[in-house]
Structure formats: C-alpha cells, structure tokens
Design a protein around this ligand. Structure first.
Ligand code: HGY
Ligand code: MN
Ligand code: MN
Ligand code: MN
Length: 421
C-alpha cells in the first residue's frame, strides 16, 4: 500500500475488502497536504476524527463501545465483564509527519481480523476486544504511550498535569477541551485484570522481514529506551557586533554534543538521536541564550544504554565548561527492556505454524509500543508486518497490500487460536 496513493490499494482478490475499505476511509484524516505525512496529535481535531472513525467501526459491527477512564477506546465482542479477554489493537495518533501504518495498521487489521473470524463462523469462548490507545507517540506532550501508561499506573493524574504541549496546554486540559472528563485519569487495574492476553499487530520499523523474505514476524523484545532533555544556557547577544571570543554560544555546545552522541552510539552499538530542538530567542541575528535539545537513545541492553547516555552527558559537560555554558540534563521518560511473554510467543508460533503457510521469524525492536507497557502486567505479544523500505516515522513508510492481508489473516488465526480454548 503506497500511503501516497490510496487508489493503489485495490481490494485484492482473495484479500480483505473490509480492510481495504477501512484503510481508504482512514487515509485522508490528518494528512498534511504538502508533506503528505500525518499530523494526528493526541486530542487535536485529526485525532478526534480518527477516534470518531473508531467509534463508527465499533458501532457498525454491533460491538460494545466504551471509552475508559484514560480516554482509550474499546470495542468488545462478548461480555466485557466476563474476564480472560483476548485484546488486540494499537494506536491512531502519529509523530509529526508520520507514515500511514505506524499504529493504524494494527487497529484496522484488528477490525478486519474480527470480520474474518465472523465470516469463518469462529466459535469464541472468551471475550474479544479491540483497543485504540491514546497518545502513543507522545508527539504533543513529550511522553510516549500515555494511554497505556495511565492504565498501567505508570503515570499519575498529578504528573499528567505537568505534561504540557508547545502552547502550555496540559494533557488533562486537552482531554477536557475534547469533551472528556480528565478527573477520572488514573490506574485501571480492574480493567487489566479482565484481560488474559494482549496482541498488538504493527508495521515493522526495520527491514528484518524484508531481508528474511517473510511477510509476518513475532516480536521477542523491545530495547530499553528513553528521552533526555539537554538545556544549554549561554548569553544572547548581537550576531554582528559580538566578537567570537566574547560569545557564550550554546548552539556551539549543542552542535558538539550532537556529534558526540553519534560517536558514543557507534561505540556502544546503540542509537542516539537529537530530533527536536528549541532555541531562544530564535532570531537569525541573535546569538541564542538557550538551546534545548531532546535526546532519544535506545540500546539492546541496559548497560549499553547507560554507557551511551552517560558518555554523551559527560562530553556535553566538557564542551559546556569550555564555552562558559550552563547545562542541565533531565531524563523525561524511560522504558526498561521488555521481554514479551515466552509462553504467549510460543503459542503464537504454534498457531501460525500450524494454520498458515507463513514462516514466522522472531525479532527484537528498538521501537516502543503500548504492548511493551502492558507486558509488565498481562501476557503480551506482537506481530510485525513486513515493511519493504524499513522506513517509519516518515511519510515514506509503506507495506504491500498482500502483506497487510497476510497480517490480518495471521492476527485472525491468533485471535481464534487464543479465544477458542
Ligand atoms: O518508539 C517510539 O518512538 C514510540 O513509542 N512509538
Ligand atoms: Mn511510532
Ligand atoms: Mn506505533
Ligand atoms: Mn539592531
């Protein structure tokens, strides 16, 4: 499916007409006309349009629709109170100028898999639910996986009030403006207790499946990752009249730190990215007084991550001292390594090995997911769908129609296999 050409997503013969139809309806929402990327930020108009789409899908199928105390949307087949539910889903929000697949592929595939189960006449012994977790990307308020973190009790109402967007609007106030009661925000153990397994389908954000020649894979682990804010403070002054030797220019220190991050990440076999920056006063002809850069760093294991971030901070302090710059480093969020449930992973392998002609490699990933947050609380697994370019968090993200359909069928097999026993 080329995100840039919805018309190029034919309802493939033997494919999934309902997948195709949902994809087509969702595709225009929140898409920027020039960048062609998605700007579906939590609780903004585009996100609300996506949420309305979710509600429509639930109601069109006669599913029990609800919004939980943290604003996550649920669509239930069977009794939500019965317990031991099998839950699938993902998120509908995006990074700035994100691709079409990261998140929505999992939600659309979940509804399509449910349609598939119904057309098969599957006899389910456990309730099934589809979920859209709010604010997975953290593009607006800086913290990723907000909906699942709130549910899992990793973010309190007090701390949610401290999360603000670029205009100073806090997360609870943004939810309130969108018509939700923010005072109900908080851990939802009762809801998690009713879930027996959570399976999230997601577009792969790398090329492992492309290289192995497989359409679908199973996730093994998520790398530990976090976000750190580096505040470099210097002195604003005239760009034309201030001699170089008299400057305390935080941009220089920031630039040296970016280079150090690349070096440290290479040494540790990890990744480190400064992808967001704020400059004050942000004038062409003024030396900055403040450069604020956000570091996103991830590594296969905790020791490597500590080494990378420690190395970057040490280098930054050295450069800051040399230029008379004050430096503050704040860890804004952190997610430890996630090992997905082994028994559930093996179960998925058995189901897919038996019921389809797919081979299913097991892969780790550097991307965060709501499944990773929930894995501390309930048995959780992920399916990845091949991404031929490996590109993600960009409008160039893509997946082939046939692979998406293979993902839908694999998810249907998994849901049926889990919910039938
Ligand atoms: O991995 C991330 O950046 C986010 O959680 N999707
Ligand atoms: Mn993402
Ligand atoms: Mn995602
Ligand atoms: Mn002047």
């Amino acid at each position: 499916l080329e995100a840039s050409s919805p018309a190029a997503a034919p309802a493939a013969a033997g494919g999934h007409p309902s997948f195709h139809e949902m994809w087509r309806d969702l595709l225009p929402i929140g898409r920027h006309p020039e960048s062609r990327g998605y700007r579906r930020f939590a609780w903004t108009g585009a996100d609300l349009d996506c949420r309305a789409w979710f509600k429509d899908q639930a109601e069109a199928r006669g599913l029990t629709y609800e919004v939980d105390r943290n604003g996550n949307q649920w669509a239930w087949l069977g009794d939500p109170a019965a317990g031991d539910a099998v839950v699938t889903g993902s998120h509908l929000d995006s990074v700035p100028d994100g691709g079409a697949f990261d998140g929505p592929l999992g939600v659309v595939s979940s509804f399509a898999a449910l349609d598939e189960l119904r057309s098969r006449g599957a006899d389910l012994a456990r309730p099934l639910a589809i979920v859209n977790f709010g604010d997975e990307e953290g593009a607006r308020f800086g913290l990723a996986c907000v909906g699942s973190r709130l549910t899992a009790g990793q973010l309190t109402l007090d701390n949610a009030h401290k999360l603000t967007d670029g205009d100073g609007v806090s997360l609870p106030r943004a939810m309130e403006a969108a018509g939700y009661d923010p005072d109900t925000i908080g851990a939802d153990p009762e809801r998690l207790d009713r879930i027996g397994a959570f399976v999230e389908l997601h577009v792969e954000q790398g090329r492992a499946l492309d290289l192995s020649g497989d359409r679908v894979g199973i996730a093994s682990a998520i790398w530990p990752h976090g976000r750190w804010r580096f505040d470099f403070r210097g002195e604003a002054n005239h760009a034309g009249t201030t001699r170089l030797v008299d400057r305390r220019d935080p941009m220089l220190t920031y630039a040296e730190t970016v280079l150090a991050a690349r070096r440290e990440a290479e040494l540790a076999g990890a990744v480190a990215t400064f992808g967001k920056i704020a400059v004050e006063p942000n004038g062409v002809n003024a030396i900055p007084s403040l450069v604020r850069g956000w570091l996103d760093s991830r590594a296969e294991d905790q020791t490597s991550l500590d080494t990378v971030v420690g190395g970057i901070e040490k280098a930054a302090r050295g450069y800051a001292d040399a230029h008379g710059i004050e430096l503050d480093v704040v860890r804004e969020s952190f997610t430890p390594v996630v090992e997905f449930d082994h028994a559930l992973r093996d179960e998925l392998g058995r189901i897919l090995g038996k019921d389809t002609d797919l081979t299913v490699p097991v892969l780790g990933t550097g991307a965060g997911h709501d499944a990773g947050i929930l894995s501390g609380r309930i048995p959780t697994a992920m399916l990845f769908v091949r991404n031929p370019t490996g590109v993600s968090h960009s409008p160039a993200e893509s997946a082939a129609e046939d692979d998406c359909v293979a993902g839908v069928l694999a998810l249907a097999d998994v849901l049926e296999g889990l919910a039938s026993r």
